[in-house]
Structures are given as structure tokens and as C-alpha cells.
Ligand binder design. Structure first.
Ligand code: ANZ
Ligand code: ZN
Length: 859
């Protein structure tokens, strides 16, 4: 028997594929195209994770199947190489991140190649390559030019240990996502990107794409669109006072003060609330404002009680946007101010509460405890009135003691002229009645785009005092929207891109939190290209989400990235546009659920912007988005270096081969679900490959038997469908069934065996290629057409046949109803439990009752 030598086979075919450039993508106008994308890896020092292999193999299977179906396929790979671990390593060792990155990508490349992925390596990209980030910088400059980037003092999440500002998304349970350290709020000047200007389209256009429902839901929740209204409530100082007393009391509390101060009177004479339920206005029993809004009032002169000031101060420290999303105990203090309900003139108290967000809507709400869970909880705790204004049925009775919140639709009660109306119909009427304004709000915030670190793309802007004055006074056409919006900030001219990251000796951020770049004085001090005066460079760099926001476009034009030509010229270039138009949008993008609200949303935003400036042809970047489950360590824990439970793929490839590892990762469990690793279980897939390999020696020109024909078509159908549905594990089991059926035959039909090899090919590409060659084919198995199944072969009904030995039931099996008597008898005799009884005995005769029974009579 021939030996299955995985090492020899795998390196042989990897070399051949590379030499023949088999997987290089071509813009073939006559072929349908398929662009399959996986999230490009961050080349960490730890090397490839077995989780990478799971998602890469899945898309590799799809890519190989598409090629077999005649598509021109792009399945690219590259490096998302800016990132903190590399920078922290540089900090510790003094080795420049550029060098560390080179070494790590070298290792990753070697590992990926050893797994036989059909990547188009000629299009490899690296976000830290100046030729690449030149484009990232150009896109930023475009955003800036159009007024979509602005600098703002922002309370940001600040990691005390990493000395870095974090996006809300990078704070997990109030701690730094990277180091687990303490996060506090700090005011910092930050570059912001106006992703909120795209909030509506980012929400609405989800209708056009084919994403897993849970991905759409997560994005929609994150964007948090709500249609509602803003309604103004007038404020008075205290409920117990008569109108005459009020003026005096107002002066005492400072209300009057601020009303006449230069801060304007609007703020404290009235408060604007945002509500999605104007229909419940008559049921509002108090107003609730956020600590942020209370702070603003205090800052402009509201003399709040000590208790209020204390509450506000406490709430505002350690309050991150993320911690607010978590459910927590509702707390508050009375503001000692009354507000007037504009619908019925009723006076209701104002409270400062922890459950209203300062950054959403107006930072103030009308509280309707009878119809809102949060308000209900609060009202119960502080003994505030609860008033029903919506009843499920038209003639239902109002309850005296409301014990439960009703959030559904119904009919209005106790709502003046609106009583009896359907609540949905009353909404607009009530808004009009009180002079409110319809409004849509979003939970989505603008994107904090700067990092006070080293290892990122330099932000290509300079600050010039001279231009600041000019931008503030003369709104001349010399200045772009961005330059007018940010007086003094001037764009680096496009011909100076890439603005390269200067070499530094030390990678520590400064103690004031400035980027290490701030200490490279020679780089910082420069000339303003607008007026020729003195200018200083921006020393913040971009976040690591920048390079990944357009990388799928870079793959389409990778050979143009290095060009010296101006990007604004190139992007209009017909040849380049042709490539972009050929490949975009991405047809299938698989990635981690953890990237749903960050990377996926950011890249959709950049894509839409690029669409608006005519750089890309589609409104959305990805047609379809799916997600894989994580691979956990054997005990169900997360696999991580610190836990010491990381599985090294190199060793497995060495011992059992890439094909067996790939097959195991596809077979281990449902693709979309998390699954624990178990090295012992690789033996099964390895054995499967060995059996397929051994069977080639039994192949002959006979036509397949009826039973085999049936399983062959069944398997072709199931594997084809399962791949499309990402059900790789059941596809593999079906191939195992097929193999069993072939092994049960005395002679193996070539047609059936070749079908098996072709179905195995995307999963275990090397061994399939080897067997295909052994069968006498000159062409690569990966260039053969994908097998088709014959539906009529599957229509055949199955016969269930009982097998007796001397009249005693010993086994049963199924065979297609067309199976001949001779064949049925033969199959019956092969069943293990039958073999057991007839072995060594003399068979006298075999009786067959058509479609039902075989009786083997022995002596
Ligand atoms: C009165 C009301 C009555 C409300 C009712 C709801 C139900 P979604 O749909 O999640 O967007 N709200 C408004 N601004 C808020 C803020 N800054 N922080 C916390 N909550 C805020 O939620 C919209 C509702 O959330 C708004 O409608 C408001 O409460 C509250 F039976 O107003 B509602
Ligand atoms: Zn200038």
C-alpha cells in the first residue's frame, strides 16, 4: 500500500500552485466575478491562531468552489499591522515597530502558506507600508476637506496604564480592552470624524445588504435611531410658591441670575426634552435631566443644593459612555425646580438622575412611569406619582394602583381633547398642540479619530497661527471647509503624501499624554504650505481602525498603490476605476462578531463617503456578511498567551498535515458557534484522508452500483448546499458516509471516486490534487468544474431491507429501489452483523423477497 506522506504532498503542491500563479485574480470581463474576504490579521508576535485557520479555511473552501463554478475569484490577504502590542513591544525592547512588523508578517506569511490557502499573494498589502498609508492619509484629507473632521476638546476614556485615549468601544466593563487597567475620563483635544452625518444612511442601507440578522440588529442598536419629538417645558422655581413669590425665589436660587446673564436665558427658563412617546405627554409626572445637563446649569449660575452638586460630581467621575449602557440601579436627587407640562399646565418636579444620558437627545426627558420601565423603577423608588394614559382597549377602566408598566399601543385616557384616540394617531396631534418639533435622534456618536501614540498613520495636518487669523476673518476660497471649521489647521498638500512616520528613539507617550512624535522637534516644526509661515505638525496619529476602513478597496488596486502619481488623479483614472468596478462590492465577507459595531460600521461609513466623492461605484462595500464562532481552549476558556493554553498550528501541520488540520477545523462543530479545541479529535479527519488516499488503488472503470450512485448524488448535493450555508461540519460527515459506501464495494468506480476527490478538494486541497494526478489527470483538480448532482438519481425511493440468518433478524439496510436482486444480496452479506453469523459457514441459499427481506440460510 502506498504511504500517505503529507509533508511531501503538501510542499509539492504549494510550490506548484505558486509557480503556476493558480490563484492570482484576473479581471476577466467574460467571467462572473466573486470577491471573498476575510478580516486581514494583525501580525502579532504570537503567530497564527487556530481561530484564524477556521475562518480562513471556510472562505478558502468557498473561493475554491467558486473557481470550480467558473467565477473569476479574488481571495486576498494582507496585514492590519498598526497596533498597540507591537508598539508596547518596541517600548520594552527598543526595537523599532517597523522591524518587529517585518519579522511578524514574515512568520504569518510562512504559516498561512503552509496551510495551502488559495490567497492571491501578489496582492498582499500592509497598512504600515507608507505606500499604503499614503492612501489612508489621502482619504483623511478628503474627509477633512469636506468638513467631516473637526478638532474638539472631548472628555475621553483615558487608560491610565497605556496612557492612551480609548474609543468607547475599546472600554470593556469600565476597563481598558487591551490591558484591563483602570479607565478614567480626561479632557483632550481630539480629531473627530462626523460618522453621525451618515447615521441615517448607515441605518437605512442595512435594508440593501445580506447580513446575518443578528449583525444587522447589533448595528441598528448601536446607531440607535429613534423617531420622536422635542418638547419644551417651562421652568419655575418651586411648586409650593405662589406666582408672586416665584420671582423672588427664582432670584434666590440663581435661576433669575442666569436668565439675565450673558449665557443666555433659554437654558434655565425652559428645558427641552426628547421623547419617542409624545402620545404619553399627559402621563408625565416628573422631568428627569442628566448629570451632564445639571453640570451645565451649575456652570452658568444655577445655585443648586449641595446634595445636587454632590450627586452630579459623583456621577460625572468614572462615568464612561460604555458603563452607562449597562443596567444599573436608578438613582437621583430632586432639583427643587418645577416644570410646567405644556399639554395641561400641570406643575411637575424636576429630578437629576443617573439613567438619562448627557449625550443622547437633549439630555433631558419627560418621565412617564406608567408606560416606561426605567421611569417606573425610578418612580417606585422615590415614591413619585404614576399615571396611566394609554389603555389596551378602548373602554377599559383606568387602574388605581398601577403595578405594571404598559408599553404597548392602545387608546388615550386622561388626555384632554385627545382622550379616546388611538395613541399612534395622537402622536403628531399632541406634538402640534404643544408646539413641539418632530425630531430623529441617534445614539451613535462621532468617531474619536486621534491617538496620542507612535505606531499609527501620521495625521497630515499642520497648525499655522497666521492662517488661523486669516481663516477666522476672511472666508476666502483659499480655505477648504475643513480649514474654515478648524481655523489654523491646514492640510498637508497631496503631493507631500505619504507623510512618513519619523524614526524616534523612545516610544513612550509624554507624561502630558502627548504622542511621542511631539518630542521629534525637527519633524514637528515645519513651514505652512499655505502661507509659508511657521507651522507645527499634528503629532497625534490615527487609530488602528483607519487602515482597515478601506483595505478591501486596496486589494483591487494593489499594484497601483506604489505609483508616484497623485491619488486624486489615479482615483479618476479609467484603468483603475475599471478594476474597482470589476471587483466591488465584496460578495462575501466573513469575520468576527466583535467587529460588528466598530470595523464594520467604520468601513461602511468610509465607503459611503468614497461613494459620495465618486471614488467607488456602490453605496455599500459588502453584499453579504457572516460570522464564525470562536475557538476556545480545551476547557472552554478563551485561548490566550497569558493562560498558556494556545495551540500551535505549526506543530500540528508538521505531524498530521495541513489538510487534516483544515478538515478538523471544519468538522469540529457548527461554524457559527464557539467550540472547544481538542487535539485528540484530529485523528478522525486524518484517518479519513488516509482512507480516501488508500482507496485510489481499488479504482477501476466499472460504472457505480445503484447504491453508490445514489450516495454520490446525495453527497454532491449536500456538500454543495452545506458550503453555501456554512455548514461545513455536516458536509464533512456526508463525505464520510460516501467514503463508507465506496469502501463497501468490491470494486471502486472511477466516476464515483473522482466525484469524492472533487468534493474533498476545497477542504483538503493538497491530497485531492495528488490523487487527481494519480488518476491520470494533467489539469489541476482545482480547475475542474464543480460536480453537479442529478436530481432524478435522488428521486429513487429507498427500500428498507431486513436481513435474516436462518430466519432470525440480524441486520437491516437501505438501498435505492432500483437496486438489482444480485446487488441486494451482495450488500446484505457485507453487513458487519451478518458477516459475524455467516463467517466460516456454508451458505446453502439466499432468499430475497423483493424490497423487503433477505434470508440467508446456512448449514
Ligand atoms: C417619554 C416616554 C414615555 C418615553 C414612554 C418612552 C416611553 P429609544 O426608543 O431607546 O431611543 N430618552 C430620551 N433621551 C434620553 C437620554 N438622553 N437618556 C436616557 N433616556 C432618554 O428611547 C427614547 C426614549 O428614551 C424617549 O422617549 C425618552 O423617554 C428616553 F412611555 O419619553 B421617552
Ligand atoms: Zn499658514
Amino acid at each position: 500500500m502506498r504511504l500517505y506522506d503529507h509533508k511531501k504532498i503538501e510542499s509539492k503542491w504549494q510550490k506548484k500552485w505558486e509557480k503556476e500563479k493558480d490563484f492570482e485574480a484576473r479581471e476577466d470581463a467574460n467571467a462572473k466575478k466573486f470577491y471573498g474576504l476575510i478580516e486581514f490579521p494583525y501580525p502579532s508576535g504570537e503567530g497564527l491562531h487556530v481561530g484564524h485557520i477556521r475562518s480562513n479555511t471556510a472562505m478558502d473552501i468557498i473561493a475554491r468552489k467558486r473557481r470550480a463554478e467558473g467565477y473569476s475569484v479574488l481571495y486576498p490577504i494582507g496585514w492590519d499591522a498598526f497596533g498597540l502590542p507591537t508598539e508596547n513591544y518596541a517600548l520594552k525592547t527598543g526595537i523599532p515597530p517597523q522591524e518587529v512588523t517585518k519579522k511578524n508578517t514574515g512568520n504569518f506569511r510562512k504559516q498561512l502558506k503552509a496551510l495551502g490557502f488559495s490567497f492571491d499573494w501578489s496582492r498582499e498589502i500592509n497598512t504600515t507600508d507608507p505606500a499604503y498609508y499614503k492612501w489612508t492619509q489621502w482619504i483623511f484629507l478628503k474627509l477633512f476637506e469636506k468638513g467631516l473632521a473637526y478638532k474638539k476638546k472631548m472628555p475621553i476614556n483615558w487608560c491610565v496604564d497605556c496612557k492612551i485615549g480609548l474609543a468607547n468601544e475599546e472600554v470593556v466593563d469600565g476597563a481598558c480592552e487591551r490591558c484591563g487597567g483602570k479607565v478614567e475620563m480626561r479632557e483632550k483635544e481630539q480629531w473627530m470624524l462626523k460618522i453621525t452625518e451618515y447615521a441615517d444612511r448607515l441605518d437605512k442601507d442595512l435594508d440593501m445588504v445580506d447580513y446575518l440578522p443578528k449583525i444587522k440588529t447589533q448595528q441598528r442598536n448601536w446607531i440607535g435611531k429613534s423617531d420622536g419629538a422635542e418638547i419644551l417645558f417651562q421652568l419655575i422655581a418651586s411648586a409650593s410658591q405662589t406666582h408672586a413669590e416665584h420671582t423672588q425665589k427664582a432670584a434666590e436660587t440663581g435661576l433669575r441670575n442666569s436668565a439675565s446673564s450673558q449665557h443666555g436665558s433659554a437654558t434655565l427658563t425652559a428645558v427641552k426634552v426628547f421623547t419617542t412617546r409624545p402620545d404619553t405627554l399627559f402621563g408625565a409626572t416628573f422631568l428627569a435631566i442628566s448629570p451632564e445637563l445639571a453640570k451645565k446649569w451649575i456652570d452658568i449660575g444655577w445655585q443648586a443644593k449641595e446634595e445636587v452638586k454632590k450627586f452630579v460630581a459623583e456621577e460625572l467621575t468614572g462615568r464612561t459612555a460604555v458603563s452607562l449602557r449597562e443596567e444599573k440601579e436608578k438613582k437621583g436627587v430632586s432639583a427643587n425646580i418645577q416644570a410646567v407640562n405644556p399639554a395641561n399646565g400641570e406643575e411637575i418636579p424636576v429630578w437629576v438622575v443617573n439613567y438619562v444620558l448627557g449625550t443622547v437627545g437633549t439630555g433631558a426627558i419627560m418621565a412617564v412611569p406608567a408606560h416606561d420601565e426605567r421611569d417606573f423603577e425610578f418612580a417606585m423608588r422615590y415614591n413619585l406619582p404614576i399615571r396611566q394614559v394609554i389603555l389596551p382597549q378602548k373602554h377599559a377602566e383606568r387602574t388605581q394602583n398601577v403595578a405594571e408598566v404598559y408599553t404597548g399601543d392602545g387608546y388615550l385616557v386622561g388626555s384632554g381633547a385627545f382622550t379616546g384616540m388611538k395613541n399612534e394617531e395622537a402622536k403628531d396631534k399632541i406634538i402640534a398642540f404643544v408646539g413641539g418639533k418632530k425630531k430623529t435622534t441617534y445614539k451613535l456618536r462621532d468617531w474619536v479619530f486621534s491617538r496620542q501614540r507612535y505606531w499609527g498613520e501620521p495625521i497630515p495636518l499642520v497648525f499655522c497661527e497666521e492662517c488661523k487669523k486669516r481663516a477666522e476673518t476672511a472666508k476666502s476660497s483659499q480655505f477648504s471647509e475643513g480649514e474654515l471649521l478648524n481655523p489654523g489647521w491646514v492640510a498637508v498638500p497631496e503631493k507631500e503624501l505619504p507623510l512618513e512616520l519619523p524614526k524616534v528613539k523612545r516610544y513612550e507617550p509624554t507624561d502630558t499624554g502627548e504622542s511621542p512624535l511631539a518630542s521629534v522637534t525637527k519633524w514637528v516644526h515645519t513651514k505652512c504650505t499655505k502661507c509659508g509661515g511657521k507651522a507645527k505638525r499634528e503629532t497625534d496619529v490615527m487609530p488602528n481602525w483607519a487602515g482597515s476602513s478601506w483595505y478591501y478597496i486596496a486589494y483591487c488596486i494593489s499594484e497601483n498603490l506604489k505609483s508616484e502619481a497623485l491619488i486624486s488623479k489615479q482615483i479618476q483614472d479609467e484603468k483603475i476605476q475599471k478594476k474597482i468596478k470589476y471587483w466591488l462590492p465584496v460578495d462575501w465577507y466573513n469575520g468576527g462578531m466583535e467587529h460588528t459595531t466598530l470595523h464594520l460600521l467604520y468601513s461602511r461609513f468610509w465607503h459611503k463617503f468614497l461613494f459620495d466623492i465618486g471614488a467607488v461605484p456602490t453605496a455599500e462595500p459588502y453584499v453579504r456578511r457572516t460570522s464564525h464562532g470562536l475557538i476556545l481552549a480545551q476547557n472552554g476558556e478563551k485561548m490566550s498567551k497569558s493562560r498558556g493554553n494556545v495551540v500551535n498550528p505549526d506543530k500540528i501541520v508538521e505531524v498530521v498535515g495541513a489538510d487534516a488540520l483544515r478538515l478538523y477545523e471544519m468538522f469540529m462543530g457548527p461554524f457559527a458557534e464557539p467550540i472547544s479545541w481538542n487535539t485528540d479529535n484530529i485523528a478522525g479527519p486524518r484517518r479519513f484522508i488516509e482512507r480516501v488516499f488508500a482507496l485510489v488503488e481499488k479504482v477501476n472503470e466499472d460504472a457505480p452500483s445503484g447504491a453508490v450512485r445514489f450516495v454520490m448524488h446525495q453527497t454532491t448535493k449536500k456538500v454543495s448546499e452545506d458550503i453555501e450555508a456554512l455548514k461545513f461540519n455536516t458536509a464533512v460527515s456526508q463525505m464520510m458516509i460516501f467514503l463508507n459506501a465506496l469502501e463497501a464495494e468490491t470494486s471502486v468506480s472511477k466516476e464515483a471516486y473522482e466525484t469524492l476527490v472533487r468534493l474533498v478538494a476545497p477542504f483538503a486541497p493538497h491530497v485531492a490534487e495528488e490523487l487527481w494526478e494519480t488518476l491520470g489527470h494533467k489539469k489541476s483538480v482545482h480547475k475542474e468544474a464543480w460536480p453537479a448532482h442529478d436530481e432524478s438519481a435522488l428521486q429513487e425511493e429507498q427500500m428498507k431491507i431486513a436481513v435474516q440468518v436462518n430466519g432470525k433478524l440480524r441486520a437491516s439496510f437501505e438501498a435505492p429501489s432500483g437496486t438489482s436482486e444480485e446487488e441486494v444480496k451482495r450488500l446484505a452479506k457485507l453487513l458487519p452483523n451478518v458477516v459475524k453469523w455467516v463467517q466460516g459457514k456454508n451458505i446453502e441459499k439466499v432468499i430475497y423477497i423483493h424490497g423487503r427481506l433477505v434470508n440467508i440460510v446456512i448449514q
